[in-house]
Design a protein around this ligand. Structure first.
Ligand SMILES: Nc1ncnc2c1ncn2[C@@H]1O[C@H](COP(=O)(O)OP(=O)(O)OP(=O)(O)O)[C@@H](O)[C@H]1O
Length: 442
């Protein structure tokens, strides 16, 4: 996903995300001597994925939650698109910003459909429009609407709950999605799948995403840009994954990357960037004899069985075909499948467990696209140059002052802030209420 030439840009026809700007933002919690976030100025480009990483307690979550004002900044301004949102109504703001937390954060007493439809309902959409949107989103996150819309969260696996959480955050088509450790609560295999899914979804929706993670590998895999923080949300490096891996700013970043920076480069290349091989494709109901004949004609050792939506079901060798009368529609649970959005690293992992040293590649809606093998990956690694991205055009990230706002934005912001202060007029000793989190709107 990395694109090193892009900087802050206004949304185009495809990019539905909007840029975010934190301008000299500070958060001081009451009773703390040091600020949790110390004067951060950060540009988050439209339609890009920006990952926040750094040691525990460095201020990642505080920074994230100030963007949707679940935590109120002590100082500074937050700009969404070309609007200063520092002082607008927080609930209204949160309806424009999707928010995903660990394990999806679903309401247990509501069905999947009701959970997903929450914000659209608050926005006054009609029942029919909500129902259509719910089905569209379930489809987007690869959950069959008929099977899942009426289930309760407890009837879903952790990974499915997380998918519904993403669907819910996207429900009202917000330009921005914030995620706090979204895949922290699932096992490593589900985590890999959800990451791939998010990459695929992002290709379709092109939102501006800000994601907090503890996992540097996840940051490399998902991020267009990574912010490495140290205590006080001080930015140590804000750059592309390639460049952070190739040229860590200092020892702190180096230690954070951990060992194996070379191997991690493999996570920067995706299956779709290499050539996949064609395969002989047949449908259930084909006789083994016919399929064998097709394999022989094509000079292939295997055939791929796909369902009527082109999703792979089985991968049969000539030897297996010779024993089969008619091919059935059973799904082989051990089928080695890798998404076109997966990294070469993940593809290698998947391939190494198969006896054929290859995997089936699927694209949108899990449709079969071709076969990738170990040699292809090895070749790609050999070809890969250490072309650390040129950081020209990198967005601004610093803790030393403002990048400045246009006079009209400042005027609008001040007017809003004055109105906000008048609404909120409260005694100084209850102002700490601002420092506690507010409930999310969805
Ligand atoms: N409500 C609060 N009141 C007082 N201090 C807080 C509050 N929330 C966070 N802090 C402090 O602010 C600092 C930053 O916390 P924050 O949760 O933003 O860090 P983080 O980088 O997200 O940490 P982690 O990775 O462990 O989740 C920490 O020192 C934390 O103890």
């Amino acid at each position: 996903m990395s694109d090193t030439t892009t900087t802050i840009e206004q949304p185009s026809a495809e990019v539905s995300g909007r840029p975010i700007r934190l301008d000299d933002v500070t958060k001081r919690y009451p009773g703390q001597t040091k600020p949790a976030v110390d004067g951060i100025t950060l540009e988050i480009p439209a339609g890009k994925v920006v990952m926040f990483v750094g040691p525990s307690g460095c201020g990642k979550t505080t920074t994230l939650k100030m963007i949707n004002r679940l935590i109120e900044p002590t100082n500074g301004r937050i700009v969404l698109g070309d609007e200063d949102v520092t002082a607008i109504d927080g609930d209204e703001l949160r309806r424009r910003i999707g928010y995903v937390i660990q394990a999806g954060g679903l309401f247990p007493h509501m069905t999947v459909a009701t959970n997903i439809g929450l914000v659209p309902k608050m926005l006054g959409w009609s029942k029919e429009r909500i129902a259509a949107r719910v089905d569209e989103l379930l489809d987007l996150v690869s959950l069959d609407p008929d099977t899942y819309r009426d289930r309760y969260p407890r009837e879903l696996s952790g990974g499915q709950q997380q998918r519904v959480g993403v669907a819910r955050a996207l429900a009202a088509d917000p330009p921005v999605l914030l995620m706090d450790e979204p895949f922290g609560a699932v096992d490593p295999i589900t985590r890999q799948r959800l990451q791939d899914e998010l990459i695929r979804i992002q290709e379709e929706v092109q939102k501006t995403m800000v994601i907090v993670t503890h996992d540097f590998d996840e940051a490399v895999k998902l991020g267009d840009w990574i912010v490495v923080f140290e205590e006080g949300a001080r930015i140590v490096q804000y750059d592309t994954p390639e460049r952070i891996l190739a040229e860590p700013a200092n020892e702190f970043v180096e230690n954070f990357i951990g060992s194996g920076a070379g191997l991690k480069q493999l996570t920067l290349r995706r299956v779709r960037e290499v050539d996949v091989a064609d395969a002989v494709v047949v449908k259930p109901g084909t006789t083994g004899k016919d399929a064998l004949q097709q394999a022989e004609n094509a000079g292939h050792g295997h055939v791929v069985v796909v369902d009527d939506r082109e999703r792979p079901l089985q991968w049969l060798s000539r030897r297996q075909l010779a024993r089969i009368d008619v091919i059935d529609s059973r799904l082989d649970p051990a089928l080695p499948v890798v998404s076109a959005a997966a990294t070469l690293n993940d593809a290698l992992d998947t391939m190494l467990v198969t006896s054929v040293g290859a995997a089936l590649v699927t694209g949108r809606r899990e449709r079969f696209e071709g076969v990738i093998d170990v040699e292809t990956v090895m070749e790609a690694i050999r070809d890969a140059r250490a072309n650390a991205a040129n950081s020209e055009g990198a967005p601004v990230g610093m803790n030393s002052g403002s990048i400045g706002l246009t006079p009209s934005l400042i005027a609008a912001g001040e007017a809003a802030q004055a109105a906000h202060a008048a609404d909120d007029a409260e005694p100084a000793d209850t102002a700490a209420a601002d420092d506690t989190e507010r409930g999310a709107a969805g």
